[in-house]
Design a protein around this ligand. Structure first.
Ligand code: AKG
Ligand code: FE2
Length: 310
C-alpha cells in the first residue's frame, strides 16, 4: 500500500443503461452509494444524461444572472437567508441566488419575473429543465439509499414530500491581500446536495481522517453530498462532510447546487433503530433545522446537528 497516496473520493458510475430499480446493477450501485455516503459523506457521480450544451447554457445563464444590477438581485428575498440573494461581508468573494421550488413552473416563473421583469424565456427554460435533471439524479440516489438500508417501502412518501432549491453561486477572484476563502467550513443542511461547477476547482472536502481533498468536478460528473438531514434520517450512519471553497486559480468559479429538503418531519425509520443503535435525533421538521442554522451565529462552523438536537 502506498502510504503517501492522496485520499480520493469514490467515483460511482450512473451511465449504465440497465441501471433501473430491480436490476442487479441497481442493487450493486445502491450498496456502493451507501458505502460512499457512510465513509465520505459524498462521491462523484458519473452521469451522462445532461449534455454539454445544457451545461454551457446553465453557466451562461448564471453569468447573465450575476451581471444584473444589485438592486435587482436583492429583490430575491426569502424567509431564510439561504434561499434568497446571499452576499455577506465576511466572505466578499461569494455571491449566490437561490431559486426556490426550481423544479416547478411556479417556482421558476416567480424567480424569473423578479429578476427579468420584461421576460427571459430562455433563462427560465434552461434553469427549470436543469433543476429537473438534477432532481432526477437526486431521486435516484435517495432511492438507492432507501434500497440499501432495506426501507424502500418508505421511499414513495419521502419523494412526495421533497422541495428543491437550486442555488447558483459565483466566486470572484481575491484582490491583493484579500482572503481566498470562498465558503467557510460547513456541512450542508439539505437532505442531499448535487453540485457541479465550471471546471475551475476550489471545493475542498474533509475526510473522516481530517484530510482535505481538493477537487475539480469533471464534465459529465456531479458531486453528490449528504446533508445533515440525511445524517439524522440514517440515525447517524451516513456522514455529512465538512467542506469549504478556497479560490486559487485565475478564473472565476461558478457553481450550481441542487439542495433537496423534506417538507415535513425527518425521522429515522424504525428499521435503522435498535438496541445497539438507539435513536440519535428527535424527529424534527426539516425547515426548523434551516431556521435554526440561519439564526444561530455561534454554530456556523460547528456541528449543527449536535447543537440542534439539544
Ligand atoms: O461552490 C460550491 O461548489 C460549494 C458551495 C457550498 O458548499 C454550498 O453552497 O453549500
Ligand atoms: Fe455546502
Amino acid at each position: 500500500m502506498d502510504l503517501q497516496a492522496k485520499p480520493q473520493l469514490p467515483i460511482i458510475d450512473f451511465t449504465e443503461a440497465n441501471l433501473r430499480p430491480g436490476s442487479g446493477s441497481w442493487l450493486l450501485t445502491s450498496n456502493e452509494v451507501r458505502h460512499a455516503l457512510e465513509e465520505y459523506g459524498c462521491f462523484v457521480a458519473v452521469y451522462d444524461k445532461i449534455n454539454m450544451q445544457m451545461s454551457n447554457d446553465v453557466f451562461r445563464a448564471s453569468k447573465e444572472l450575476f451581471e444584473l444590477p444589485l438592486e435587482t438581485k436583492v429583490k430575491n428575498v426569502s424567509d431564510n437567508i439561504y434561499y434568497g440573494y446571499l452576499k455577506l461581508p465576511v466572505i466578499p468573494l461569494y455571491e449566490s441566488l437561490g431559486i426556490r421550488n426550481a423544479t416547478t413552473c411556479d417556482g421558476i416563473r416567480s424567480f424569473g419575473n423578479t429578476m427579468f421583469p420584461s421576460g427571459n424565456e430562455k433563462f427560465c427554460k434552461t434553469m427549470h429543465s436543469h433543476a429537473n435533471q438534477l432532481a432526477e439524479l437526486e431521486q435516484m440516489v435517495a432511492r438507492m439509499v432507501f434500497k440499501s438500508y432495506g426501507v424502500e417501502k418508505h421511499y414513495e412518501s419521502h419523494v412526495n414530500s421533497m422541495d428543491y432549491l437550486l442555488r447558483v453561486m459565483k466566486y470572484r477572484l481575491p484582490q491583493k491581500e484579500e482572503s481566498n476563502v470562498g465558503a467557510h467550513v460547513h456541512t450542508d443542511k439539505s437532505f442531499i446536495t448535487i453540485l457541479h461547477e465550471n471546471q475551475v476547482g476550489g471545493l475542498e472536502i474533509k475526510t473522516k481522517a481530517n484530510e482535505w481533498i481538493a477537487m475539480r468536478i469533471p464534465p459529465f460528473c456531479y458531486l453528490v453530498m449528504a446533508g445533515d438531514a440525511l445524517l439524522a434520517w440514517s440515525n447517524g450512519k451516513i456522514h455529512s462532510a465538512f467542506h469549504q471553497v478556497i479560490i486559487k486559480g485565475e478564473k472565476q468559479r461558478f457553481s450550481v447546487g441542487l439542495f433537496s429538503f423534506v417538507n415535513g418531519i425527518i425521522e429515522a425509520p424504525e428499521e435503522l433503530v435498535d438496541k445497539e443503535h438507539p435513536r440519535q435525533y428527535k424527529p424534527f421538521h426539516h425547515y426548523d433545522l434551516m431556521d435554526f442554522y440561519a439564526n444561530d451565529e455561534d454554530n456556523k462552523t460547528e456541528c449543527t446537528m449536535q447543537a440542534f438536537r439539544l
